[in-house]
Design a protein around this ligand. Structure first.
Ligand code: ADP
Length: 486
């Protein structure tokens, strides 16, 4: 297998614009670091606002021809990239772990999930359909067809460097849109690697452009303000989503927004506790809790709370914190030191208000940005940790006594991405599907993401859906034509 040093030497480190690797204007660069060691991994091009607009120029130039390319051909290119990712799986897993920190086994799972968007949308590309039928008056035929939206700007976060990129790129390209992608400045290397695979798969120049920059706000604003851009798709925090929606309003730009979450994890007294504990470990500790779908508030029935806490505590005691490249490590670092500080502040705030610390509660000394897996119980409802996205490996537990109270607690948030419900009662499960205000739900399971399913939230968790049959419609416009009877 390739060593870390060999992998890093071979990585693309420039902007990908119009099918070519180019330096940033003024040859500016910035550094990318390994969150497990603090060591520098690479220096890559730092795009200027003018570079961003060059990338948009390239996407605009390529749009018409790409939209006219046969859906089967578009699909086959996506499928080829799916296959290239499988061939390069181990290298890519190492790269994800190096720049983002998650354990290698989780990087492999992300590759399985992230590559699946390419396969799924390679299949959806040939299923873009419409309808044709008489108008009610009987005087003509109504034709409804789907057209690609046009050039898109895709902004992705750092927590799933591959999957967040493919979840946007694949449906956009399948629909016939060209794109400019701007990965998070903390984890840009994976997207550059994937761009190289698209080039290898024969994607025409300009269909996919990648810009990396330390200054996303300054580079993004002129792109979003440009009337040639037709669509903005963003995954990241709700505050940044609000800023981008305001900018998009100027040109009435179409947007998809995958924003923050504050997922409730409900354990009823009729739950199977083995399932609940396994689900809790997956929903909370995967990616060290750095997922918008991470369980944020554990809402547990008071009669089973003690048992749930002790069994979860036993699992946490077996976890190993460390660099994701080391065998046996189950909890990698957080993305940087400010993430550790934020987690630490949330835990301290809860404790100061009266929460009990069962285990963990500290950052880990030495190089790298580590925080111990932590369990808090009896968390007062006023604690910040129940009202903000934690994005760290902290379980915070509140207890309830009846179902109405559980639902009230669960819905008491501006977010509405996902909820997790553990009950062996089908009737109760169905009531929860009706009553919980989230775009997604896991019933007796802690991880639900799937390329074939519509991912997305309600309330302030966002707009639109990614994946599933719905995902491609984010990149299609509906066109209606009336054809009067001759
Ligand atoms: P996270 O909390 O996951 O870091 P952010 O919302 O801060 O989420 O970042 C997600 C993405 O949005 C990143 O690619 C980042 O560079 C970009 N970003 C952050 N702020 C802005 C902004 N004001 N304008 C455009 N892009 C931004």
């Amino acid at each position: 297998p390739l060593s870390e040093a060999e992998l890093l030497l071979r990585l693309p480190d420039r902007l990908f614009i119009g099918g070519r690797w180019v330096d940033a204007e003024n040859s500016n660069t910035f550094a990318v670091f390994d969150p497990a060691t603090g060591q520098r991994l690479a220096r890559i091009a730092d795009a200027s606002p003018a570079d961003g607009l060059s990338a948009l120029d390239a996407a605009v130039d390529a749009q018409e021809e790409w939209a006219a390319t046969a859906p089967r051909v578009r699909g086959e290119i996506l499928r080829r990239v799916f296959e290239l990712i499988q061939e390069r799986r181990d290298e890519l897993a190492l790269l994800i772990t190096l720049e983002m920190g998650k354990p290698l086994s989780e990087a492999q799972s992300e590759i399985t999930y992230g590559a699946e968007f390419l396969r799924w949308f390679s299949e959806e590309a040939v299923r873009i359909t419409g309808r044709y039928g008489p108008n009610p008056e009987g005087t003509g035929q109504m034709l409804v067809s789907q057209r690609p939206v046009g050039p898109c700007y895709l902004i992705t976060p750092w927590n799933f460097p591959l999957a967040m990129a493919t979840r946007k790129i694949a449906p956009a390209l399948a629909a016939g849109c060209t794109v400019v992608v701007k990965p998070a400045e903390l984890t840009p290397l994976t997207t550059l690697f994937v761009a190289a695979l698209f080039a290898q798969a024969g994607l025409p120049a300009g269909v996919l452009n990648v810009i990396t920059t330390l200054n996303s706000a300054a580079v993004s604003e002129p792109i979003i303000a440009d009337p040639r851009l037709r669509k903005l798709s963003f995954t990241g925090s709700t505050p940044v989503g609000r800023i981008l929606m305001r900018q998009a309003a100027a040109n009435v730009l179409r947007t998809s927004m995958e924003l923050g979450g504050n997922a409730p994890f409900l354990v009823f007294d009729d739950a199977d506790l083995d399932k609940a504990v396994d689900g809790a470990v997956a929903a909370k500790f995967r990616n060290s809790g750095q997922a918008c779908t991470a369980a944020n508030r554990f809402i547990v029935h008071s009669t089973i709370a003690e048992q749930f806490i002790s069994r979860l505590g036993a699992q946490v005691a077996d976890m190993r914190v460390g660099r994701g490249t080391e065998a046996g490590v189950t909890i990698g670092p957080l993305i940087n030191d400010s993430a550790v500080e934020k987690t630490s502040d949330l835990v301290q705030d809860a404790i100061s208000r009266g929460a009990n610390l069962i285990t963990g509660g500290h950052s880990v000394d030495g190089p790298g940005s580590f925080y111990e897996p932590t369990i808090l119980t009896g968390v007062p409802l006023t604690s910040n940790i129940l009202n903000e996205e934690i994005f760290g490996p902290v379980v915070s537990i509140v207890e309830f006594d009846d179902e109405d109270e559980a639902v009230r607690l669960a819905n008491n948030t501006d977010y509405g991405l996902v909820s997790y419900v553990f009950t062996e009662s089908l009737a109760r499960g169905e009531r929860m599907i009706q009553r919980l205000q989230t775009g997604m739900m896991g019933l007796n399971v802690g991880v639900i993401s799937n390329a074939a399913a519509p991912f997305g939230g309600i309330k302030q968790s966002g707009l639109g859906r990614e994946g599933g049959a719905e995902g491609i419609h984010e990149y299609l416009e509906t066109k209606y034509t009336l054809i009067p009877n001759g």
